[in-house]
Each structure stands twice: as C-alpha cells, then as structure tokens.
Design a protein around this ligand. Structure first.
Ligand code: BES
Ligand code: MN
Ligand code: MN
Length: 457
C-alpha cells in the first residue's frame, strides 16, 4: 500500500488542497442563525464528495438544528465497521479585525493553511473523505465504513443525541474514529486518550429595575456589575482552587505513578509561555501546567458584560450584569450535578440587594479511553508507520462531549486520531493547519483501517 498511497498524495496534492479550500470558503458558523444556508451548503458539498468517492446511501439528514451528513460503504456485513465522526461547523470568526488574511478565504503561507475551520474541524474531517477516496480507488478498504458528520459540535451538539438515539441500528459500528484533536508536535506524534467534560452556564444579575443616574443613586443601590465581579472572584481562592462546595468530590485523583508517567510527556513551559507572550502561568496550586489542563477541572469566565460599553462615559448604575462561565470537568465529575452545584452555590452567595438567574447552556461528560485495546493499538501502529515514531498517549483539556455519549448510547470506544497542533489557534483569529498535517492525516488513516481489520480478525 505504501507506494500507491504516497503516489496518490503526491499526484493529487493540488486537488486535495483545492477541494478542502472550497469547503473552507463556506462560512458554516453553527452559532449564528444568519449562516443557516451555509450550513446546508457545507453539508451538501461533503455529501457530493462522499458520493464521488464511492460511498452509498449518502444523505444530508435534517435535524431540529443543523443537518447531519451520513454515508456508508458496507463491503461485507461480516467485517468490522469503522464509524467516522467529525464536524463541519466552525466557530464564529470574530474578532475579524485580528485576522491577517480573510477567515473564509483560505490562504497558504509557508506551507500552512490559514482560515476558520482549517484545523477545527474541516481540515481534519476532510482527511477522512480523501483517505476513503484513496481506499476506494485502490481496493484498499478492508472493513466497512460509516460517516456521521455533524454541524452542531461547536454549539454543544444539541440535536446529535436525539439523532444517535433514533438511529442506533444505522450507526451500528465497532469503533468510532475521530480526527478533532491535536498531537504534541509534528515530530512527536501522540494520540489523545482523554478529554475533559464541560458545564457551561450563563448568569444574570439584576439590581434596580432600570439603569439609574450613578450620582443620584451611587453608593446606595447595589450595582449588579460590582456584585457580579465580587461573586465570580469568590468562585476561586488564593490557590486557584474552586470554592463551590462539593465541586471536587467526584474528581478522580491520579496515583503518584500515573502523575510521574504524565510528567514524561515532552513539554516545555518556556516555549509554552513564549508562544502565548506571557511571563507566567496561572493555575491550581500543586499541579503542573499539563496536569492543570489534562487531569484537573477549572472554572473560567468566557465573557462578562453589562452597563454602558459605548464611546466615552455614561454615568449609570446598570440594571443588569451578565457572565458566561465554563467549567471543565474530569472523571468522574458529572455535568448535570456540577451545573446544579454551581446554581445552588451561586444563588447562595448573592446578596439580598440583587436577584440572580443561572441558565445552563450546554455540557457533557469527560472521556477517557484505555491504550490496551486493539482500536488504540491499530491507531498507534498507523501513526508509527507514517511518522516513523511510536505515538505517545496524551490527554487534552478540550471537550468533545459527544464522545462519552457515543460510548453510552452505542457501547463503543472512540479513537481520537488527531493531526492538529496546540498552536494551530483553533477558535482564535488566524486559525491554521499545516499542509504537512493534512497530507499526513490522509496518509495515516488508511493504515488505521488496515491494522484495525488485521487485529480484529
Ligand atoms: N475540537 C475541539 C475540541 C478539542 C480541541 C479537543 C483540541 C482536544 C484538543 C472541539 O471542536 C471544541 O472546540 N469543543 C468545545 C466544546 C463544545 C461543547 C463547544 C470545547 O472544548 O470548548
Ligand atoms: Mn472540533
Ligand atoms: Mn472547536
């Protein structure tokens, strides 16, 4: 396979890139209703490419939100089935003024593709479409494959749970293959075996029934922004420990051996800080930076607003203040439980002078997968083959809430075979993805299929 695979990539390089570029030009922003049509356009585009590559029963399936693209190739019902999951929706591009090139006009500079969705997740999703094309053209598909490509990952997959529940038979598979995470470095391949869970809430603090003159009332009536700031700053203590009662109760503490093993993961704090242009890191006392993002929960404000934010000065005591707060969870914390603990606590610390409202927005469970299963071993062998080095199992701080749900609903493990890098600026301006990473992904995936079907025999 090696020869024809390398030849395929070499000979088709321009087309592999230009097809991805066409997909990247469609602004499929799931969070913004103005882009509803583009969601369909992106779904249709992928559908056509799957059809052209030889997939059967390809459909753009509507949901109450954005559609799911489904397709399959069943070569023999007796053979194992790989279910490929990915998402074609992207985060909004703003702040757009910080992009050096237009977010939806992909641009290559120094062998790096810049644009929204290049890494998260269109570039990584399209790896699978093109690896499938290769396997179909060259008779190299050794097991069945199904595709489930959704358009709501970036907004918490509100309709995928329903879709999965309704289509258990259709989605029946032996393993889920996902490329939506990162590796340590291009010369240090790694495979993700852990993701954090998430609880995301919005809070609203209400003071007086209208904005007031801050001279006439200032000092006598609670200012909801002042109060909100005090409340959120009390959610962590001087050791950056979260103060919500019961928050850590179910947190799985790693053994000293496990922590020592994690400590072997290549990581340079100096480079990490330099890349972010910060003089110091900040996190929970007693844990390293990698531990803080991989095995410890955290609480962050994602946005805070209220009052007057226009030009110049307006003197008011605002009526309302808001914040969006995320909590990243680790095994065995439960999203619903944490949302409840947060709500109770937040209400309990509010002074009588304001009213608070807590609205959970979305969330999901953490996910961990073992390394001693053939699904992982197949992925490891595939990466070793194409990167020339055995990949290191790592965890990541990000979340793909649907992974734990798949395990619960479909009873199968997911393999997170990601090809991005931490520095790819996903969700940020100037998101990018290496041409190397894209092509390496297309090269690696057929080996996963090969080794997986061999090991599964
Ligand atoms: N692909 C990311 C998750 C990710 C990135 C995992 C890097 C590991 C390494 C995914 O698209 C994402 O952004 N997930 C969201 C959660 C979602 C519910 C909005 C996240 O982690 O914030
Ligand atoms: Mn993603
Ligand atoms: Mn994302």
């Amino acid at each position: 396979m090696e020869k024809i695979l390398n030849k395929f990539i070499e000979e088709n390089k321009e087309r592999l890139l230009s097809e991805l570029f066409e997909l990247l030009r469609i602004p499929s922003i799931s969070a913004d209703p103005n882009y509803k049509n583009d969601m369909f356009k992106a779904a249709e585009y992928i559908k056509n490419k799957l059809v052209n590559a030889g997939a059967d029963n390809v459909e753009v399936i509507p949901t109450d939100g954005h559609p799911v693209v489904y397709g399959e190739k069943i070569i023999d019902p007796e053979l194992p089935t790989v279910l490929v999951y990915g998402h074609y929706d992207v985060q909004p591009a703003d702040p757009i003024e910080l992009w050096n090139t237009p977010a939806f006009e992909p641009t290559i500079k120094d062998d790096i593709i810049y644009g929204r969705g290049t890494c998260d997740d269109k570039g990584q999703l399209y790896i699978h479409v093109k690896a499938f094309e290769f396997m179909m053209k060259n008779n190299a598909l050794t097991c069945n494959v199904k595709f489930m490509l959704e358009g709501e990952e970036e907004i918490g997959s509100p309709n995928l749970e329903i879709f999965v529940g309704k289509n258990k038979e259709k989605l029946k598979a032996d393993v889920i293959l996902v490329s939506d995470t990162d590796m340590i470095a291009n010369n240090i391949p790694s495979i993700n075996v852990g993701l954090r869970g998430l609880t995301y809430v919005q809070v609203e603090v209400t003071g007086p029934n209208r904005d007031l003159h801050s001279g006439m009332y200032g000092g006598a009536v609670a200012n909801p922004i002042n109060i909100l700031c005090k409340m959120v700053s009390s959610l962590t203590d001087e050791n950056n420990h979260i103060t919500i009662p019961g928050f850590y109760e179910k947190v799985l503490e790693l053994t000293n051996e496990e922590r020592a093993e994690m400590g072997l993961t290549p990581f340079s704090l100096e480079e990490y800080m330099k890349e972010l242009n910060i003089e110091d890191v900040c996190g929970e006392k007693g844990y390293t930076t990698l531990e803080r993002t991989n095995i410890r929960p955290c609480l962050d404000l994602n946005g805070i607003w209220g009052g007057y934010t226009g030009e110049g000065a307006k003197t008011i005591i605002p009526s309302k203040a808001y914040a969006k707060i995320s909590m990243r969870l680790v095994p065995h914390q439960e999203n619903a439980e944490i949302a409840e603990l947060f709500q109770k606590h937040f209400e309990s610390i509010a002074p009588k002078s304001v009213k608070v409202k807590v609205t959970p927005l979305h969330g999901g469970q953490p996910y961990v997968s073992p390394t001693n299963i053939i699904e992982y071993i197949a992925a490891s062998k595939a990466m070793e083959k194409t990167f020339g080095k055995k990949p290191i199992p790592t965890r990541s701080g990000g979340s793909i809430p649907i992974m734990a749900l798949f395990e619960k609903e479909l009873g199968i493990k997911s393999i997170l075979l990601g090809f991005g890098l931490e520095t790819d600026a996903i969700h940020s301006p100037n998101e990018h993805f290496g041409v190397f990473n894209y092509l390496k992904g297309i090269e690696t995936v057929p080996y996963f299929f090969k080794y997986y079907s061999e090991l599964k025999k």
